[in-house]
Structures are given as structure tokens and as C-alpha cells.
Design a protein around this ligand. Sequence first.
Ligand SMILES: [Zn+2]
Length: 118
Amino acid sequence: MKNCLECGEVIIGRSDKKFCDDACRNLFNNKINKDKTNLMRNINNRLRKNFHILSEQKFNEGKAKTTKNKLLSSGFDFEFHTNIRTYKNGSQYVFIYDIGYKILDEDFVLVVKKDSQT
Ligand SMILES: [Zn+2]
């Protein structure tokens, strides 16, 4: 005897059924999709915020210098980024879309716009 994954009612019929009817199946799947959508929305928001914080730095010829603490206090989250680029000279930058950063010695962070590095 199996129970519907959505409503918990006992399922009558084929033993491989997971739901009592299409309505329950749809409800269940919609909830899963909603969770995934929420997860992606939250991550996208983190990325957008990180990008915004980096883009607000005072750039001079595509480069800006700040500190880890300043970024953190603006709400920057170092866990979220879109990609990592390693340049020919071996230096590696963490990117959020087209703005990257590199943690320098101490607390300093170098922020670069993609164009200035290529
Ligand atoms: Zn059901």
C-alpha cells in the first residue's frame, strides 16, 4: 500500500503510481519548481548585489582598490561569483559578470573591469 506524495491518501491502482490523481501530481511538481525558482532568485539577488557593490567602486582606468572589510560592510558576499579567470601572467581574478576582483596582501582588494585586463 502506498500513499500519495502530495495529499497522503492511500493510492488505489497500479503500484508504481506516486499520486492519487493529476491534480496532486501537479500540486507536488509546482511546489518543487517553486522551490527551485526561489533558490535561483535568491542566488541571482546575491550576484546582483555583489555586482552592484563592485560597480560602485571608484574606478581609474578600469581599476579600483578597496578593502575586504569595506566590501563586507557594504554587504558583499565573497561566496557568490559567476566565474574565475586566470590571465597569462598567472594572476587569477574572481568575476561577477564583467567585474572581477583579486584579494591582495593584507586586507586589500583590487577590482577590475574586464576590458582593462584583456
Ligand atoms: Zn493525492
